[in-house]
Design a protein around this ligand. Sequence first.
Ligand code: LLP
Length: 421
Amino acid sequence: MTTATTLAADPLSGPRLARLAERYGTPAWIYDADRIRAQIARLRGFDVIRFAQKACSNTHILRLMREEGVLVDAVSLGEIERALTAGYQPHGADEPIVLTADLLDRATLRRVVELRLPVNAGSPQMLDQVGTASPGHPVWLRINPGFGHGHSRKTNTGGEQSKHGIWHEHLAESLELIDRHGLELIGLHMHIGSGVDYGHLEAVCETMVKQVRLSGRDVRAISAGGGLSVPYREGQPEVDTERYFRLWDSARQELERELGHRVRLEIEPGRFLVAGAGVLTSEVRAQKPVGSNHFVLVDAGFNDLMRPAMYGSSHRVSVLSPSGEPRTEAVRDTVLAGPLCESGDVFTQVEGGDVEPIPLPSARIGDLVVFHDTGAYGASMSSNYNSRPLLPEVLVEGAEARLIRRRQTVAELLSLETELG
Ligand code: LLP
C-alpha cells in the first residue's frame, strides 16, 4: 500500500524538486547526500560498514560512500567494476571490496581471481571453483542459519525456501573444501533477509556464535549482513541502531573471549543508507474515472520503480503544483498508475496485484507526483521494459545539485541492435 504525505520535513523541498524537474525533466531520481551521511553516522559503532551497492549502485554514490570510509559489497561483475570505477582498491585494510554470491559465472570468476578479490561463498561449488582457479584465495562463508525474515516473502533470504548461503548443516564440508584448496578463511557472514526484527536478530547472533564454535576455526571477522529496515509509512518506527549494535557486539565479544583476539564486526546495509535519501519525481499526464476508481496516470512506470509491483511495497507520495507547492485540496481515493502497457503498472497496490486506492489531494495535469524513500532499490532495479530509457539521477549537495547519470536515449537503446547492421 502507498500512502500520502506532505513535504514539510523533507530536505528536498517542493520548490527545489520543481526546479530540478524543470532542469532535468521527469521522471528523475533525486538523492540528498547529507541524508546518506547522516545514516552512515548512525552505524559508526561497527568496525566496518560495507554498503550493499545493489540498493543504489551509481558510481557517484559509491564515491560518496568511499569518501565516508564505507566499504563495499558487490554481487556481480558489473558491481565489481562499479566499485573499482568509484576508486575502491581491490586490496587494503579490511578488504575494501567483497563479492557476495551463490554462484560464479565464468567471467566473474576470472575477474575475482585476477584481482584476488575476497569471495563471500554461498555454495560449496563456489569454494571449489575459486579454490581450483586460485589456491589460497581469501573467502568468507555465507551461512543460511535455517531461518529467515523479510518485509516480503521475496526478500526473505534464510530457511529452506531460500537459495542463499551455505546451509548451516553443511559447514563441515565447506571447511573441507577450504582445507583442500588451502583457502584463507576471513570470517562468517549471515544475512537472513530485508526488514529487521529483533527476535530473529537475537537468533542470528546466537547462531553466528554457534557456527564459529562449530567450525573450530580462528576467524578474524564476522558480518551481520544487512536488512535494517526504514520507515516507509508515516508513524513506522526507526531501527534502534544502538540496540542492533549491542546485540551484535555482545556476540562478537563472546567470540573474542573464546578466540583470544579481536574480531572485526561488519554490517552490510543497503536500504538503510540510501532509501530515505532518494525520491522519484514524475509528472501527471492523464486522469480518468474507471468505474468506481479514480486513476491518476504519471510518466514514471514500474520499469522505473518496481517495488510496488514486485512486493506490493508502499511509498509515501506527495502531489505538488508545477512550482512545487503541495496540493492539499479535495482529497479523494486515488489509484496511482504509470504509462506501461501492463495492468500491474500501478503504484498503489497490495502484494498479489489488487489495486488499492489511497487518499490523495486532487492533482491537475502537469502537477508533480513525488515518490518518497525510493533511494534504495529504485534506480538499481529499473529496466528498459516497453523500450523506455533509464532515468537521470541527480545528487543534491546542500545548495548544489549535479547530474550523476544522464537520461538514456532511445537511440542508445536501439544501438545494441542497430550497430549490427
Ligand atoms: N547483504 C546481502 C547478502 C543481501 O542479499 C542484501 C540484500 C543486503 C546485504 C542488503 O539488504 P538491505 O540492507 O538493503 O535490506 N529489492 C528488495 C530488496 C532485496 C534485497 C536483496 N538482498 C526491495 O526492494 O525491498
